[in-house]
Design a protein around this ligand. Structure first.
Ligand code: B1M
Length: 211
């Protein structure tokens, strides 16, 4: 079964196998969403659990992330359905101090698939860069991702920087990532939170009152 093979390839950090097995699964009629949700994401979660138990280490997490990205190269165009009418602009980024980008990329893809124009600032994005993007990109939504408990502080400092620049009222702010909760979002004054990429796209539409 290629879903199991994709899971194993991501877990083992075997990028060529992850890509080849993803192609086999797609050719067999498996949907991109099911490959993502039943093979890639659970494999990365398993990598995280093994890391927590001291059975995997940072370089192994990195090669697993590369294997997942190899699979994502094939899934991305299918997830972000082409030709959808643009319904707003979202600036996405992983906050300062944080290099994790797989979840942020998924959020961007799902939002793109829902019809948003995406401006991706990348990872380790300082508050000032989010502020600058207000002028250059004129986003409807700023979407911040944080994967480390320590970097959730960068979400607060970015919101503070937007307030100090006098532009906070001109944009909706969405936050997410493994350590981020609805309570945290409320606490820092974000407009929206979502626990995963597909609900992030739904929440973004709700924030702009798009059905
Ligand atoms: Co790191 N890492 N990592 N890591 N890493 C975690 C996050 C960790 C939980 C592992 C663990 O201990 N179990 C832990 C954080 C602990 C904590 O603070 N609570 C951790 C650590 C400690 C670290 C380092 C400090 C390790 C070290 O160096 N000692 C270091 C930090 C580097 C840095 O950022 N400055 C580090 C480094 C790395 C790698 C570079 C090796 C690699 C990242 C590669 C990359 O991203 N290109 C890596 C990886 C791969 C992980 C795990 C294994 C997987 C993360 C991932 O991609 N998950 C992770 C353990 C885990 O999550 N189980 C771990 C899959 C992804 C699809 O899920 O990102 O959660 P996620 O995104 C989801 C949702 O959260 C949500 O939607 C996504 C899709 O459904 N979401 C949003 C995300 N952003 C959103 C935004 C939204 C809405 C929803 O609105 C705007």
């Amino acid at each position: 079964m290629s879903l199991e093979a994709i899971y194993a390839a991501v877990l083992d950090g075997n990028a060529p196998a992850a890509k080849a097995q993803t192609q086999i699964a797609l050719d067999a009629g498996e949907s991109a969403e099911s490959i993502l949700n039943t093979a890639c994401i659970p494999a990365m979660s398993e990598v995280g659990s093994l890391f927590e138990m001291g059975e995997k280490f940072v370089p192994e997490m990195l090669i697993s992330a590369r294997a997942m990205n190899a699979s994502m190269e094939l899934l991305k165009p299918l997830l972000a359905a082409a030709g959808v009418e643009q319904i707003g602009t979202v600036v996405v980024g992983t906050v300062a101090g944080d290099l994790h980008d797989i979840g942020k990329n998924l959020v961007a893809m799902m939002m793109e698939g829902a019809g948003f124009k995406i401006i991706d600032l990348g990872t380790d994005v300082p508050p000032a860069q989010f502020v600058d993007s207000m002028k250059t990109d004129k986003p409807d939504i700023i979407a911040m991702s944080a994967l480390l408990t320590t970097t959730t502080k960068s979400i607060s400092s970015t919101i503070q920087a937007l307030e100090e620049a006098g532009v906070r009222g001109e944009v909706k702010i969405m936050v997410g990532g493994a350590p981020v909760t609805q309570d945290f979002a409320d606490h820092v004054g974000a407009d929206g939170f979502a626990p995963d990429a597909s609900s992030a796209a739904r929440r973004a539409k709700e924030l702009l009152a798009i059905a």
